[in-house]
Design a protein around this ligand. Structure first.
Ligand code: FES
Length: 115
């Protein structure tokens, strides 16, 4: 269930993105936070217990709105414009599934060392 409902400026150009694998549409000029919260009830689930988070300050100060993309990169949702083709996740990838992380490299080494 969406937290935000768009009431104005509905004529801006559509911007396609995905949220947890589902096709969604935002409008040009939306922040990631606006794009997601017009579709869902949170931007992420806390890594400390899984509670839903939806941002707090909306101005880049509190760090409550970091979201992960499917490639493992992260964006601060309240201060990043949504872009066509963004593939956003509300649940972070497991550390060993994020390319370029030490955990991912250790997992690769473990596979290489397996008998
Ligand atoms: S909502 Fe506070 S930094 Fe984004």
């Amino acid at each position: 269930m969406a937290i935000l409902k768009r009431l104005a400026e509905t004529a801006r150009s559509p911007v396609p993105f995905t949220l947890d694998g589902q096709a969604c549409t935002a409008l040009a000029g939306d922040t990631v936070l606006t794009a997601v919260l017009t579709q869902a009830d949170c931007v992420r689930h806390s890594e400390f217990g899984g509670a839903p988070r939806a941002g707090f300050c909306m101005m880049g100060a509190c760090q409550d709105c970091w979201m992960q993309l499917e490639d493992g990169s992260r964006v601060r949702a309240c201060s990043t414009f949504v872009a066509p083709g963004m593939r956003l996740r509300t649940t972070p990838l497991a550390p060993d599934a994020v390319p370029g992380t030490l955990a991912a490299e250790c997992a690769e080494c473990a596979e290489d060392d397996a008998p």
